[in-house]
Design a protein around this ligand. Sequence first.
Ligand code: HAM
Length: 422
Amino acid sequence: MQAVKGTRDILPQDTPQWRAVERMFHDICARFAYEEIRIPTFEYTEVFQRGVGETTDIVQKEMYTFEDRGGRSLTLRPEATAGVVRAFVEHGMGSLAFPVRLQYRISSFRAENVQSGRYREFFQLGVEAFGSEGPEIDAEQILLVQLFLERLGLTGFRAHVSSIGCKECRAEYHKLLKEYLEPHLDELCDDCQRRFHTNPLRILDCKEERCIKVTKDAPLMADHLDEDCEQHLHKVLDTLDRLEVPYLFDKRIVRGLDYYSRTVFEFILESEEGAQRGTLCGGGRYDHLVVQLGGPDVPGIGFSIGEDRLLMALEEQGIVLAEATGPRLFIVTMDEDGSKAAQEILWGLRQRGISAVQELTGRSFKAQMKQVNRSGAAYSLVLGDDELKTRRAKLRNLRDRDAEDIEVSLDEMDELAHRLEA
Ligand code: HAM
């Protein structure tokens, strides 16, 4: 049997690196006062239809939707935002002190074409903040991602920032864009011909060669913002300028979800030549989503980082934050008496916070010594007849072969634990 296409196992040699990334994200978010929320893996399908938007690729083609035994339509979350907003509304968080800042780490599910960095189950680290119209909090979230990626030691990434305007100026812009595209309609791919009627903005994001050709000189939203949206974007960019955060004002950002308004941003990995090599993070403002999901009129903004892609980038850049380490102690035993003594020592050490193991598979002494080396343990201790009689044994340092053995008492657990501390 095999894991389902687009899903994968993350094995013990890799999980320390994932944990280190997650811990760093949690800590950096805490510096910005984001508190953790955990949401369900699946929701009523309507949450995503109304949240993510009927015209998006996600809702039209990529959701894992099924009926439960009661005939209700449920969907595995394709992203976090709609679920977090549903929770915000359901728990009346609109009455809390604003802004309400939430952070999360979730698995997401999308039935996409599987390729490098694109999975069907993937992980996202993200935040959502409610109750502030910005632009300060918009800049703050971009700073948060910047600080997080810097602290991981990652290089070669840049924030791309733009605005997709409000309902009013976007409606005006849609007219302009459609006027521009209309004469080229039959040059567009089938998907884009459909998008022309449902969401023309998304045509600018199509990866098909013929659509790229048509949209090369298309009018861009960021050039047609109304006065208020223009000011809003200006203040976000001004904050980044003042704090000397590198970014690109990228008028071609088109986010793939329907809920955005005004500020949108992505963090993109670039090769040395400046070519784009993948999006690590996407986010933006969604001032009407809470109302759309039945809540109060509260603005919101958030982002999600693709954890799988982030881990890939760290690996490519040779950045190791944490590795699997073996136990601090491996106890080798000769017989049942030795095994019982080992159990007592292990219990004492584990109560004192030390990771330690003993032989458990009935190996011969020679085979145990081999296992000691393979276990990655920092120290070994052999419990033979003499050791059991004298209640003293030699602690061997396995990571420093030149170090002398240290004689220890088998009855002084505090002292032994102290010696074994990392
Ligand atoms: P998104 O752009 O769809 O935004 O996804 C965010 C990030 O998740 C992407 O930049 C990418 O790194 C990662 N990602 C997306 N799809 C896959 C996949 N199939 N395999 C691996 N990684 C993937 C959102 O999900 C929004 N909810 C972000 C947001 C939060 N906006 C406001 N708040």
